[in-house]
Design a protein around this ligand. Structure first.
Ligand SMILES: [Zn+2]
Length: 85
């Protein structure tokens, strides 16, 4: 499952998380995430990383954390792909 909006949604993901884009765009992305499981996964992972990073008061996610999260994204996406195809 992929669509033209995925690229836009992912490009705006960080702005969306930081609430730095205008309300109309937020609504577009939210609507897309609601219907797109792969973008929802990416969004959830970024949100978790952001929460963990802000809790640890460092500016960047430590590499081991980021790799673990990226690994879990890939695992979930493989699962999603299998379910769809
Ligand atoms: Zn998408």
């Amino acid at each position: 499952m992929s669509c033209d909006n995925c690229e836009t949604a992912l490009q705006n993901l960080y702005l969306f998380l930081d609430e730095e884009i205008d309300t109309a765009s937020i609504e577009d992305i939210q609507a897309h995430i609601d219907h797109c499981s792969s973008c929802l996964t990416a969004y959830d992972v970024e949100r978790v990383v952001k929460a963990l990073v802000s809790r640890s008061c460092s500016e960047k996610a430590p590499e081991p954390l980021r790799e673990r999260v990226l690994y879990s994204i890939r695992t979930v996406q493989v699962h999603i792909d299998k379910r769809i195809t």
